[in-house]
Design a binder for this molecule. Sequence first.
Ligand code: IMP
Length: 203
Amino acid sequence: MSFATYQQVVLASGNPGKIREIQAILADHPIVPQSAFNVADAEETGTTFVENAILKARNAALHCKLPAIADDSGLVVDALNGAPGVISARYAGVGAGDRDNLDKLLRELEGVPDELRTARFICVMVFMEHANDPCPVIAQGVWEGRILDHAVGENGFGYDPVFWVPEQGCASAQLPAALKNALSHRGQALKRLSALIKARKNG
Ligand code: IMP
């Protein structure tokens, strides 16, 4: 894995579900969550995933004085004009939990027929060598699916219990962790990020 070029890489996230998934995908190269350095979360003031991912990576690199990777991700629902989008983590309000956000989504989609419940998870991953890195490495992953009308499954986090994965015939929360990591927006973005970092180092 190309991250191995760096002695230590900090992960700009405090979300336990994400940390678990990213660490599982980067199994051969330990990353240190920013919480280990007592770094406060960056304010997510951007209106796009890429802006917020850069803000998070820069914040972590600045305070930890280390190369940093950050992920900004969320759910984009066609029938809601792209909502919850960049506010996926706080859709039901600041401090809302996964269940509150998911319940709000189901309420907003009440009465919307199956064929119009198309949606996708987006993940943008950013790597910055230092806080002033003028050319962050940026990779995106997209995972297409549909929103169910009720929650099923116990695995994953966030909106996984209502995200139907057509090619597997089940909800994301019913997938074993390794399979979700192989298919997901986050898994795709990390693989691309890793390849891009490798290309940059060799370039
Ligand atoms: P972020 O920390 O601003 O990137 O927020 C991402 C939010 O999007 C999470 O808190 C979840 O609500 C949602 N999300 C992102 N990726 C996933 C996933 O893989 N499964 C379920 N929900 C996700």
